[in-house]
Design a protein around this ligand. Structure first.
Ligand code: TRP
Length: 351
């Protein structure tokens, strides 16, 4: 039997190429090796955006379409929406009962999140790296840290433990959450004298993070991203705005690829190895202008995403098919969740 993995993403709407390179591409590989459950974390979205729900449904569909277009295969993976699996909410209740209050209070991700949301702290160093980007990013200062937000780590544990998954593909920012999940699983097992729950491990994906067009962390709210769904024209135009080696003024000035903060970094991700060497040497000798270089880069990126975008258009034009995929994924997830839940209730001693 294959080991199980679970992972989720918030419904942030159309995804950018950073999501593709950092998360989805990895999922697409993992689904071949693991029994996989991938879901849109719409309850998690409500923990901070409970009053911003107008676009929630469309954002959810957009995320799923980007996943499918990028190669998540509904034959291999259960693809579902969190709130359509009510068993997760029920497990959340049982896990909440055994989780000490101070475990959720000390969750470092949550602490940062609450502070940032309240606008009471500097934006963390790793969130953005330039004042302009920070200025573009409007954190709300009227946010309420709700009971639901405090419960985030328990809910996330329920997402994972619902399928008794042994590994969770996440970024390093989520590792603290997986630690809490392990703690909760262990505590549950101790209290009820069972070995039912597996202690899941984070499955870190150490790919290079792609920065935004301005050299800051790529993010929707920073307006420095390239969407998977962007057209070729929009992509090409956005790439032309990417920053390059600022010390270069004339076309034939010798360039410094190492200091070319965005364009050359993108080449390193999207270019073929020989191509990268040629670009490096031409740039250093002043034989390659930044505008031409970025035009070529835009074409390479467009070529890479062309099949994904084509598939994306297909799903956009066939929304019923997307809904069917979600319904099937949800049914599959629920069937597994019901098995786990009935075992959990039995272990605790519920009716
Ligand atoms: N907290 C994750 C994020 O913000 C999303 C998430 C929710 C998740 N539940 C999960 C990821 C369970 C992995 C497993 O990115």
């Amino acid at each position: 039997m294959k080991n199980r993995i679970v992972s989720g993403m918030r419904p942030t709407g159309k995804l950018h190429i950073g999501h593709y390179l950092g998360v989805i591409q990895n999922w697409v590989e993992l689904q071949k090796k693991y029994e996989s459950f991938f879901f849109v974390a719409d309850w998690h979205a409500l923990t901070t955006k409970y009053d911003k729900t107008e676009t929630l449904k469309q954002d959810t569909i957009d995320v799923v379409i980007d996943w499918l277009a990028s190669g998540l295969d509904p034959e291999l993976s259960a693809i579902y929406v969190q709130s359509l699996v009510p068993e997760i909410a029920e497990l959340n209740i049982y896990l909440g009962m055994v989780t000490p209050q101070n475990w959720v209070e000390r969750d470092p991700t949550l602490k940062d999140m609450a502070k940032v949301l309240r606008g009471k702290t500097e934006i963390p160093d790793n969130a953005v790296c330039s004042p302009q980007a920070a200025a573009n990013c409007h954190f709300r200062d009227d946010i309420l840290v709700s009971y639901g937000l405090m419960g985030y780590p328990v809910l996330m544990s329920a997402d994972i433990m619902m399928f008794n998954a042994s590994a969770v593909p996440v970024g390093s920012d989520q590792v603290a959450h997986i630690e809490i999940t392990r703690d909760i699983a262990r505590r549950f097992n101790n209290i009820y004298k069972t070995d039912f729950f597996v202690e899941p491990l984070p499955l870190l994906n150490d790919c290079a993070l792609i920065c935004g067009l301005d050299g800051c962390k790529m993010g929707k709210s920073f307006e420095n991203d390239i969407k998977i769904s962007d057209t070729q024209e929009v992509t090409a135009k956005k790439i032309m705005s990417a920053i390059t080696d600022k010390s270069r003024i004339r076309r034939d000035d010798p360039g410094h690829p190492e200091q070319c903060q965005v364009a050359f970094k993108y080449w390193e991700i999207f270019g073929a190895p020989e191509q990268i060497e040629t670009i490096k040497s031409e740039c250093k000798q002043g034989l390659r202008g930044c505008a031409d270089c970025k035009r070529q880069l835009g074409a390479v990126i467009n070529e890479k995403f062309a099949p994904i975008r084509e598939k994306r258009r297909y799903y956009e034009q066939h929304p019923d098919e997307v809904r069917e995929i979600l319904a099937a994924g949800t049914a599959r997830a629920r069937a597994e969740a019901q098995k786990v839940l009935s075992e959990v209730k039995n272990i605790i001693g519920m009716y």
